[in-house]
Design a protein around this ligand. Sequence first.
Ligand code: NAD
Length: 497
Amino acid sequence: MALLEEPIKEIKTLRNFIGGEWIESKGEIVDVVNPATCQAIARVPISTKDEIEAAVEAAQEAFPDWRTTTPLARSRCLFRLKELLEENFEEVSRIQTQEHGKTIDESRGETRRGIENVEVACGIPTLMQGYFSEDIATGIDEWVIPTPLGVFGIIGPFNFPFMIPLWSAPYAVATGNCVIIKPSSEVPLSQTRLAELADEAGFPPGVWNLVHGGRTVVNGMLDHPGIEGIVFVGSTPTAKDVIYPRCGATGKRVIAQGGAKNFMVIMPDCKVKRTIPALMTSFFGNAGQRCLSGANLVIVGEDDRFYNSFMNGVTDTASKIIVGYGLDESVQMGPVRDTEKKERIIGYIESGIQQGAKLRLDGRADIKIVGNYPDTCFLGPTILENVAPDTKCGSEEIFGPVMSVMRAKNLDEAIEMCNANSFGNAHAIFTSSGQYAREFQYRVTSGNVGINIGVVAPMAFFPFSGMKDSFFGILHTQGQEAVRFFTESKVVIQRWL
Ligand code: NAD
């Protein structure tokens, strides 16, 4: 099929959006490369400490007026942003495919999920209502007012460049705060377009800011006394060793969502015809670069006939996945984000083989790319059998299109395998039994639990949770919990004289 038109046609140097102005950075400039074509599509600045200082100053300046803007008026800006996102839906989605490599349908799904968060935040006049008790003692009333705090930093990962900052930014601004978004410098283009649309939607200067860059910008946010809190989504080492402790040390509130190693548990009574397609999306969707991706496939029971026929079905379907440039609508899996990530994934495949796993499908070799693209960042679906859960490959986050298969005697053993892993993001069970499903969701230590669902992605009006090494904090992104995160409960008690 023919390629869809690329929205990014000329290489521009991106600018920061600070206090309502597009400002050139004085920082080092690096290329943004499309992983399918291996061509540069933009240049992004690695902004300096002074530039993050300037963004905080602009946001602090905007806060008093924005805080006193009524929730209804604030929600009107969000309604307008939603309209603009709908009008530019296809362009925004294609930018994500160009910068990240995911298929156009995956990008459209990502755009939709982002917009849904804007829609939910439009309900802020009711979402941020306080509560009231009359006569807590005779003639004395007490009430709570949810109050915005000021400036928040929002730090994004590379794998969902557009959607992830929208898990929090709409709620932050709806509640009367100002934001500084720092996207991953690997994929800065869709956030740049979003900031343009936020500007067009009528947010006053300084309410919605964008600063490109890396660690200097993150460190600048973490150290700045003018930033009240941080929302971080990324890997566990950064969440656990950098973001969470440093927010604690400087008294900032924090949401720090980390990595994952998700187990998909297959009971012999599952509906095979529905389960296999769900597993394909789970393990190989977004080229396996999703915190909700399946990583370990656990087949329960000692029936070899079931195991063999199930694995034949899985392997056969995986081997037919069409790999290529995501702007070709026939493509089902794009490249991984860059060569470094590809090498890291290959390292895991090799370590799995060295530690006793059997290669059933080799994405390094058995790969046919549709179209004429260099194979630099492409990797086909890979299946490793006989993986032990305590090996590198069975226990660590690979973040690529690799399925590690293991067997468990019974459900108890499968649940023990899930719970022995240090992560707790999104485990799932495939079964027809209500009893197995209840047992699994009750006992498994995971923030998201799937029952016959391979990608457990909470809707915008539910929290995006995680447990153990997948999450550091108390409140979560999205919906009501985000509203609570971005507000302080002010308690007032009044005696009627
Ligand atoms: P990452 O931790 O490398 O980077 C995330 C952000 O932190 C980027 O903006 C980066 O510039 C910044 N950063 C990286 N190292 C830093 C450091 N030492 N000091 C300060 N800032 C630093 O993560 P990534 O590779 O971009 O994203 C992939 C990871 O994100 C995976 O582990 C994935 O599971 C996780 N993820 C989690 C969720 C979730 O909801 N739990 C969602 C999406 C992705």
